[in-house]
Design a protein around this ligand. Structure first.
Ligand code: NAD
Ligand code: DEZ
Length: 374
């Protein structure tokens, strides 16, 4: 059996080689000839799985993407061809929740603002949006969910109006990239919507770049009228509008979901689905492949407050290091992909055991693994 994988799927070799030959390739340059005698294909978000890629794949029985997003996969075509498909819903949702929390605390610190009582509109109340909602509530924020598709299904009764989204103190985007259907998200934030936003607001995009019209956002930013920008995703990746980067408070190369645990969950989920689809023996040793984090335990003195939490989140996840590397190297040719490929190990908050006498509920909601100080 031959399994073709994107070379950026961590632990693929260790987990999959028990089932056959594993061929690791650059996801951006993968071609149809590579799939000629492949039985399974595991990709990340940079490989368009379409008629062209599959044109020579005569024995392919399974395609998996070790990602949450599926906009790069022609699922209708896979169904027509009788090829099983699986993605990894929710695999890196915690990482996105932690990225946004860290960025938000950094932005509030920059503005010397308290987040207590501020409103945050979460556009898309699925896996990543829910992880953020939990953390934002723990920060004392007023959470406004906006998710018309879920509301239509009776699953998000409290979904607010789009006008309420536009007037929230913070707007964070967590929708898939879609161009069709009843609720398309492509350019959901175009000139008309962006013109209604104010510099006092914060706009965060950690879902897909084209949910915001990047040219229209740049126009607003150049006029000094855009909100404070936290941008992890960009229209046209890996090519990025450099001028927009210059206007962002935090700019990163689509790594919000790149925790080691999140990547591992992604690999594990598609591996499990592959075993199910191809009737293979499922033997997952992924947990044993995760090494010990650099720091294991930390004690908190006194009550948790915003300043302490800002330092703590940046101690575990140095978001400004990601921002600096991106501004310095990410805009060079191949720089965007290179940063993503060589991304340093980033551990989730839960990898650090926090010893504290107070604030157990908030620490839990923020994703920390805490232990009471006796
Ligand atoms: N930057 C990153 O590293 C990163 C990491 C993970 C996911 N993502 C992106 O974020 C997206 C969301 O991830 P998720 O795990 O929350 O997905 P999800 O499927 O769990 O949730 C998406 C939610 O968006 C809602 N939605 C769809 N169209 C909408 C619209 N027009 N208006 C409002 N809500 C709408 C859906 O009903 C759903 O509840 C993914 O599709 C992926 O593209 C990015
Ligand atoms: O959709 C997802 O899961 C995320 O955007 C994910 O972080 C994408 O990572 P990539 O496949 O581009 O490495």
């Amino acid at each position: 059996m031959k399994i073709v994988v994107d070379e950026n799927i961590p632990f693929a070799q260790q987990i999959l080689s028990q089932h056959g030959e594993v061929v690791a390739l650059d996801g951006r340059t993968m071609q149809s000839a590579h799939l000629r005698d492949a039985d399974a294909l595991l990709v990340r978000s940079v490989t368009p799985v379409n008629a062209q890629l599959l044109s020579e794949a005569k024995q392919l029985k399974f395609v998996g993407t070790a990602t949450i997003g599926t906009d790069h996969v022609d699922q209708v075509l896979l169904k027509e061809l009788g090829i099983n498909f699986a993605s990894a819903p929710g695999c890196n949702a915690i990482a996105v929740g932690e990225y946004v929390t860290t960025a938000l605390l950094a932005a509030a610190n920059e503005r010397q603002q308290s987040l207590q009582g501020k409103s945050i509109a979460i556009v898309g109340a699925g896996n990543t949006g829910s992880q953020l909602a939990k953390r934002a509530k723990a920060l004392g924020m007023q959470v406004l969910l906006y998710d018309p598709p879920l509301k239509q299904q009776g699953l998000c009764e409290q979904s607010v109006s789009f006008a309420q989204v536009l007037s929230a103190d913070v707007i964070s985007l967590h929708v898939p990239s879609t161009k069709s259907g009843e609720f398309p998200t492509y350019h959901m934030f175009a000139q008309e919507q962006l013109q209604q936003l104010k510099p006092s607001q914060i706009l965060i995009n950690a879902c897909r770049g084209d949910v915001i019209d990047n040219q229209a956002l740049l126009k607003q930013a150049e006029k000094g009228l855009s909100p404070l920008l936290i941008l992890d995703v960009w229209e046209g990746e890996p090519v990025v509008l450099k001028e927009l980067v210059d206007h962002a408070f935090i700019a990163t190369p689509h790594i919000a979901g790149y925790s080691l645990e999140g990547k591992m969950r992604g690999t594990s989920m598609v591996y499990q689905a592959m075993c199910q689809a191809l009737n293979l023996d499922y033997q997952d040793n992924s947990d044993s492949l995760l090494n010990q984090p650099e720091f294991q335990q930390l004690s908190l003195n006194g009550r948790l407050n915003q300043a302490k939490l800002t330092k703590l989140t940046q101690f575990i996840y140095d978001i400004f290091a990601d921002d600096r590397r991106f501004r310095r190297f990410g805009l060079q040719p191949q720089g965007f992909d290179r940063l993503r490929k060589n991304y340093p190990q980033r551990r989730e908050f839960s990898s650090l055991q926090l010893v504290s006498q107070h604030d157990q509920v908030a620490l839990s909601a923020l994703g920390f693994n805490h232990q009471e100080n006796k």
